[in-house]
Design a protein around this ligand. Structure first.
Ligand SMILES: NC(=O)c1ccc[n+]([C@@H]2O[C@H](COP(=O)([O-])OP(=O)(O)OC[C@H]3O[C@@H](n4cnc5c(N)ncnc54)[C@H](OP(=O)(O)O)[C@@H]3O)[C@@H](O)[C@H]2O)c1
Length: 281
C-alpha cells in the first residue's frame, strides 16, 4: 500500500530561517508530499517559492498572516478539507526589532506576531496534527524562566495555566512596556526575553494538555532554539557575525526533529537546542 502523503507547514517562510526550513523539507520529502511556504505578503511568498533550488516535494506558496485570526482559522480548515491532517508544523513567523524604534512602540506588533500569533497557530493547527506528527515552535535559548527574576516566575505557571492565560500574561507585560512600567516591575529590558519565555510557556501548556495521547503515537510538540543565525533580523544587533550560522545550517537540527522517525521522548514539551533540553527552571 502506498504511504500517505506528508503535509508540512512553515510560517514566516518568505526569508531567513523559515525559507531554509521549507527548502530542507522540499528537498527531503517526496514528490507526493506537500510543503506550504507561508508568509504575510503575497508577493514575497511567491517570490520565495520561485527561489527554491530544485524542490522534490510539491511546494505551495500561501498567504497566512499569523496576526489575522480568521485567516489562520481558514487556513487550518483548508488543510483539513484538502488533506485531512498536517504532519509537520514549524511556527516560525516573527516580527523584527529595530534600533531606531523605541520598545514602547515596537512591543505591540512584536507580541501580536511572536506571541499571540504563536498561540493562535497552536490553537488552529494542533487539532489537525496527525498522530505521530511534529509541532515545533521556533523560540530561542532566551525562552527559559532562568532569564527572568524569580518574582516573575508565577506569571508562567505552565502546570496549571491555559493558552488564554499565557496570552493574558503577555498582553499585561506588553502594556507595562508600552506605559514605561516594565523595568519597575522587574522585567528585563530586552523585549525578546519575555516574548521567548511566553512562546515556550505556550508550548509547555499545549504539551501538558496533549501529553497522554501524544505519547501513545510518538507525536512531538516542542519549542526549538536554532542558535545565532545570520539573517536580516539578527544582523543589526551584532557587530561580529562570523560565528553565526547560515539559515541552511541552522535548519539542519530542526529538520532532524521534524523528519526523524523517532525522537527522544524526553524532548516532549521542552525547549530543544542541538539535541539537548534547555531547562525551563
Ligand atoms: N536570527 C537569529 O539569530 C535567531 C536566533 C534565535 C531564534 N531566532 C528565531 O528564528 C525565527 C526566524 O528568525 P529569522 O532570523 O529568520 O527572522 P526574519 O529573517 O525576520 O524572518 C521572519 C519571517 O517571519 C515573517 N513574518 C513576519 N510577520 C509575520 C506575520 N504577521 N505573519 C506571517 N509571517 C510573518 C517575515 O515575513 P516578511 O518577509 O514579510 O517580513 C519573515 O518571513 C524567529 O522566531 C526568531 O526569533 C532567530
Amino acid at each position: 500500500m502506498a504511504a500517505m502523503s506528508k503535509i508540512a507547514v512553515v510560517t514566516g517562510a518568505s526569508q531567513g530561517l523559515g525559507f531554509a526550513l521549507v527548502e530542507g523539507l522540499a528537498q527531503r520529502l517526496d514528490p507526493s508530499d506537500v510543503v506550504y511556504l507561508t508568509g504575510r505578503d503575497v508577493v514575497r511568498v511567491q517570490a520565495a517559492a520561485t527561489r527554491l533550488a530544485s524542490p522534490r516535494a510539491d511546494v505551495r506558496a500561501e498567504v497566512v498572516d499569523v496576526c489575522d485570526g480568521p485567516a489562520v482559522d481558514a487556513f487550518a480548515n483548508e488543510l483539513r478539507a484538502r488533506h485531512g491532517h498536517v504532519d509537520i508544523v514549524f511556527s516560525n513567523a516573527a516580527a523584527r526589532l529595530t534600533r531606531e524604534t523605541p520598545w514602547a512602540e515596537l512591543v505591540h506588533p512584536f507580541v501580536e506576531t511572536n506571541n499571540i500569533g504563536t498561540t493562535r497557530l497552536l490553537r488552529a493547527l494542533s487539532p489537525v496534527l496527525r498522530p505521530g506528527g511534529r509541532l515545533l515552535v521556533v523560540a530561542s535559548s532566551l525562552g527559559s524562566l532562568r532569564q527572568l527574576p524569580p518574582h516573575l516566575h508565577g506569571h508562567f505557571e505552565t502546570d496549571v495555566m491555559t493558552l488564554d492565560g499565557v496570552d493574558v500574561t503577555m498582553l499585561a507585560w506588553r502594556d507595562a512596556v508600552r506605559t514605561g512600567r516594565a523595568a519597575q516591575l522587574g522585567w528585563p529590558d530586552w523585549i525578546n526575553i519575555p516574548s521567548k519565555v511566553g512562546q515556550v510557556a505556550a508550548v509547555r501548556v499545549l504539551a501538558r494538555d496533549r501529553r497522554a495521547s501524544d505519547s501513545m503515537h510518538g507525536t512531538l510538540v516542542a519549542a526549538v532554539c536554532p542558535g545565532l543565525i545570520d539573517t536580516a533580523a539578527s544582523r543589526p544587533w551584532f557587530e561580529d557575525m562570523s560565528a553565526a550560522q547560515t539559515p541552511e545550517d541552522a535548519a539542519v537540527a530542526l529538520l532532524r526533529l521534524a523528519l526523524d522517525p523517532v525522537v527522544d521522548p524526553r524532548f516532549y514539551g521542552e525547549l530543544i537546542q542541538l539535541g539537548r533540553i534547555v531547562p525551563w527552571r
